[in-house]
Design a protein around this ligand. Structure first.
Ligand code: ADP
Length: 504
């Protein structure tokens, strides 16, 4: 198994080549059988000739009989018959024909031919048995070469271990992956490929499996860690198969390096987080003028209250004191209102770490509504948060972002509608989840968009980006929930998503 195959070969062409090789070698053996028959008969003739003095006319054919069986065994029935024929011709040289063929000679010839046919048949059987054994050996060799070429070229590393976890074979990809040469590891325990902390456990796994027959890893893919020769530890996906050969059992491990995949996943997560953040910034950018206006209102009010108070202070009589106090209190309330808007805004656009923690849905929804309703006068939102579905585990800002996206879409959709009813509700859902819904009375989802709603860049708006809902899905799924939409029978649509409920 450890032999190297340098060229990548197509398994089909390999099989065809092996078949051609088998046919070629059968032909060669037949031709060499004829040549052998002639050679052996010649040798037998020479020996018989040499013994002519002692034997006289006796046993003219005897020396040719072994040539028949040898030629048939090597080349098959036809070379055997050729040897018989040539032997007959050679043997006739020693038969005295000058006084005609007597009965005994006739019996001799008949016996010769009878024995020859029998010997040729027997040799042929030997030959066939040999052929079959050779063919089987060649086929096995071809199959092993095929298997080897496939195994050496599959992208996964492969390690075969015996019943006691001793490595029997170590593929080339495994050599590259672990940094060991096959010769270094064959004959050692597979546990050397595992981090030292789990090495002890591994042997007990095998023993337990052999004793109980209960499978833990066999037949299933599992993500585990492995250790390279240089001691570095890396993540792998391991699939173990089992092969029984006679009373021996082997374990075949297919190993895929997950290092790159993990890096890619981490990079994807970074990019997603960046996109989620950028989309929040962009949403706020779009709302910037409304926000400026919203902050301006309390500021103007503060200015008015303070100017009034100053005027009242120019006549600091006792009767003005309660008025001045009220003006200061109102100014302070307005300052708090402006501060509240700024706080929500700052939190919303911050690039804080994503933290999943227990939180109150009504507070999250309240803040999101506060942001969305800035500037959209005349729009009311009905909030129906079930107290049994209030505590959730989530990243507050990200869930606000989902709500802001859904509510802004709803408000935009209802712009041309007579009824403008936006509602945010929550109810307990199955499997310890909370279902949040955002419903509107707009025209409902455009048909062409509905099928691909959560895919990026799907939009029906002339200036829309079409990323809002895809970001909502990313956020909801990263919380272990799901998001979907439904058309409402009475008109408009409802978006629903689930979040994990905080356990009491
Ligand atoms: P964008 O708002 O930039 O178009 P979204 O991903 O947020 O991107 O929305 C994609 C599309 O889904 C919208 O263009 C719109 O056609 C449709 N859509 C989303 N919410 C609603 C809604 N409440 N009512 C009707 N259509 C909606």
């Amino acid at each position: 198994m450890t032999t190297r195959m340098n060229r990548i070969q197509d398994p089909l062409s390999l099989a065809e080549a092996a078949k051609q090789r088998l046919i070629g070698s059968a032909m060669r053996r037949r031709i060499s059988g004829y040549t052998l028959a002639a050679g052996l008969v010649f040798a037998a003739f020479v020996i018989r000739l040499a013994l002519s003095h002692s034997l006289g006319v006796n046993a003219p054919f005897l020396f040719f009989l072994p040539t028949v069986v040898i030629a048939a065994a090597v080349g098959g029935f036809s070379p055997g018959l050729l040897a018989a024929l040539l032997g007959f011709v050679g043997g006739m040289v020693f038969v005295p024909l000058y006084d005609g063929v007597d009965f005994a000679e006739g019996v001799n010839v008949a016996a010769y031919w009878g024995i020859c046919v029998l010997l040729a048949w027997f040799g042929q059987r030997l030959h066939s048995a040999q052929e079959r054994a050779k063919t089987r050996a060649d086929e096995l060799a071809a199959r092993e070469a095929n298997l080897r070429s496939i195994l050496e070229t599959v992208p996964d590393a492969m390690v075969i271990a015996g019943e006691h976890g001793v490595i029997e074979s170590f593929s080339r990809t495994a050599e590259q992956l672990f940094g060991y040469a096959a010769e270094e590891v064959v004959g050692r325990s597979v546990s050397i490929l595992m981090p030292s902390v789990v090495r002890g456990e591994h042997d007990s796994y095998i023993q337990r499996y052999l004793a109980t027959g209960r499978r833990h890893v066999i037949g299933k893919g599992k993500t585990v860690t492995a250790e390279r020769k240089d001691g570095s530890i890396f993540p792998i996906e391991l699939v173990v198969g089992e092969v029984a050969s006679g009373d021996m059992r082997f374990f075949t491990g297919f190993i895929r390096d997950l290092t790159e995949r993990r890096k890619d996943e981490a990079r994807m997560q970074e990019l997603q987080a960046e996109l989620v953040h950028v989309s929040r910034l962009s949403a706020m950018g779009e709302m910037a003028s409304s926000l400026a206006h919203e902050v301006n209102q309390p500021l103007s009010a503060i200015v008015n209250y303070l100017s009034g108070a100053r005027r009242l202070l120019s006549d600091p009589s006792m009767k003005n004191l309660p008025l001045i106090e009220t003006a200061f209190k109102d100014a302070a309330d307005q300052a708090l209102r402006a501060g509240d808007i700024i706080r929500r805004l700052r939190q919303f656009v911050s690039r804080g770490k994503v933290v999943h923690q227990g939180d109150s849905l009504s507070e999250i929804v309240g803040d999101a509504v506060g942001l969305v309703l800035v500037g959209s006068h005349g729009q009311n939102v009905a909030l129906r948060i079930d107290p049994l579905a209030d505590r959730v585990v989530c990243d507050r800002i990200q869930v606000q972002q989902v709500l802001v996206n859904l509510m802004r879409n709803a408000i935009e959709a209802m712009q041309g509608s007579d009824r403008k009813e936006l509602a945010v509700a929550s109810t307990p859902a199955q499997r310890d989840m909370v279902e949040v819904s955002v419903s509107d009375t707009g025209p409902g989802l455009p048909e062409d968009v509905a099928q691909r709603l959560f895919e990026p860049f799907v939009t029906s708006k002339p200036t829309g980006m079409g990323v809002g809902l895809s970001i909502c899905r990313t956020i909801v799924e990263s919380h272990g929930g799901r998001i979907w939409s439904e058309q409402r029978p009475e008109g408009g649509c409802v978006f629903r998503f689930t979040l994990p409920q905080e356990s009491c």
